[in-house]
Design a protein around this ligand. Structure first.
Ligand code: NAD
Length: 307
C-alpha cells in the first residue's frame, strides 16, 4: 500500500518505520529541516522496544511530494493539524483514508473541513514514542491502535487499515465506539498531563497527592458533562478508577505535556481542558476547573517564553 505520514515526529517515525518494514511504500512528510536532513543523509535511527535499527526512508516537505496515497496517517501536534491538512491536499485522492490518532478533542471536525467523512478514520493509540535527536527516535509498547470509520458506511475501509497496522506489528483494533475511546483518552491527558505539567511531578507523585481525589472528580466531571452533550457517556467514578489503575502502571513517567514545557514547546492544552472550557461555555455549561487549568498552562508557557 502507498502510505504517507503527515507529521513525522516521534510517533510518525515509529509508525512509518514499521509500516515500511512490512513492505508498504512509505513517505514521511515533515517541516523540521534538521530532522529531514538527518534522515536523508543518515537514514532513520530508531529503537523499537530497545532494539535499534537504521533504515533508509523517503522524507520531504509536503510541497515536495508529488505522489497521491492510499492511506495518510496525520501525526502532527494538535495545533499543527489544520496547516498540515492544507499542505497535503494535493496528495489526497478520492478514496484516500486519513487516519487521525492525535490526542485531544475536535480533530474530526477539523479533518471534515478538508475531506469527506468517508475519508476519515479516527482513533487513539497507547504506543509511546520520543525524539532523541533529529533523525533518531524511540518507539515503545505494544499498542493497541483503536480506530473506527467516521462515516458508518465505511467499516470496510477501517478494517483494511486495522489489518495494515496489525500486519506491521502495530496492533490495530477495530473499535465499535471510537468516540468513547477518544473522550476517555482525553480524560487521561486532561488530568495526568495537565496536573503533572502544572505541579512538576511524575504521575506517581501527583496521584499520591492528598488533593488528587478532589481534582480528578472535578476535572473528570467537567469532561463527562460536555461528552454527554455529544452523546458520549463517561461514568465519572468508573473513569477515576481507570485513571488510578493506569497511574499505578505508568507512575514513574512525566507525561508529554510536562516534556513539552521542558523542551520549550507549546502544549496541546487548548485541545484538551481548553476545549472542555470553551465548548462548555458555548453550551451554557460551567467548567471552571478546566478553564483555570488551561489559563495556568498558558501562563506557564508565557513564563517559559514559549510562543
Ligand atoms: P512530535 O512532537 O514528536 O512530532 C510532531 C511534529 O513536531 C512533527 O512534525 C515533528 O517533526 C515536529 N517536531 C518535533 N520536535 C521538533 C523540534 N525540536 N523542532 C521542530 N519540530 C519538531 O509529536 P508526537 O509525540 O509524535 O505526537 C503526535 C500526536 O500524537 C500528538 O497529538 C500527541 O499528543 C499524540 N500522541 C503521542 C504519543 C507519544 O508517546 N509521543 C502517544 C500517544 C499520542
Amino acid at each position: 500500500m502507498k502510505v504517507a505520514i503527515a507529521g513525522s515526529g516521534a510517533l510518525g517515525c515509529g509508525f512509518g518505520y514499521l509500516l515500511q518494514k512490512n513492505g508498504n511504500a512509505v513517505t514521511l512528510m515533515d517541516y523540521w529541516e534538521d530532522h529531514i536532513q538527518s534522515i536523508r543523509e543518515n537514514g532513520l535511527t530508531i529503537s523499537i522496544n530497545g532494539e535499534v535499527d537504521n533504515a533508509k526512508m523517503t522524507i520531504g516537505k509536503p510541497e515536495e511530494i508529488e505522489d497521491k496515497f492510499d492511506v495518510i496517517f496525520v501525526f502532527t501536534k494538535s495545533m499543527g493539524l489544520r496547516s498540515m491538512m492544507e499542505a497535503i491536499k494535493h496528495t489526497i485522492k478520492e478514496d484516500t483514508q486519513i487516519v487521525c490518532l492525535l490526542n485531544g478533542l475536535g480533530h474530526a471536525q477539523t479533518l471534515s473541513e478538508y475531506v469527506s467523512q468517508k475519508n476519515i478514520i479516527m482513533g487513539t493509540t497507547v504506543w509511546t514514542a520520543g525524539i532523541d535527536a533529529p533523525g533518531v527516535t524511540h518507539f515503545m509498547g505494544q499498542g493497541p491502535v483503536e480506530l473506527q470509520n467516521a462515516d458508518p458506511s465505511q467499516e470496510e475501509a477501517a478494517r483494511k487499515v486495522e489489518a495494515l497496522l496489525s500486519e506491521a506489528g502495530l496492533n490495530g483494533v477495530y473499535s465499535e465506539d471510537v468516540h468513547f475511546t477518544i473522550w476517555r483518552k482525553a480524560c487521561v491527558n486532561g488530568t495526568m498531563n495537565a496536573l503533572c505539567a502544572l505541579l512538576d511531578g511524575t504521575i506517581k507523585e501527583v496521584f499520591e497527592s492528598s488533593q488528587i481525589d478532589f481534582l480528578l472528580n472535578h476535572i473528570v466531571s467537567e469532561f463527562a458533562q460536555l461528552a454527554r452533550t455529544e452523546g458520549v457517556e463517561l461514568d465519572v467514578e468508573e473513569t477515576i478508577v481507570y485513571l488510578k489503575a493506569l497511574a499505578l502502571k505508568v507512575g514513574s513517567h512525566y507525561p508529554s505535556m510536562h516534556q513539552d514545557l521542558a523542551n520549550r514547546r507549546l502544549t496541546e492544552i487548548d485541545f484538551l481542558n481548553g476545549t472542555v472550557a470553551r465548548e462548555s461555555e458555548a453550551k451554557g455549561l460551567e467548567a471552571p476547573y478546566c478553564q483555570m487549568i488551561t489559563q495556568l498552562i498558558h501562563a506557564k508557557e508565557d513564563v517559559l517564553g514559549i510562543s
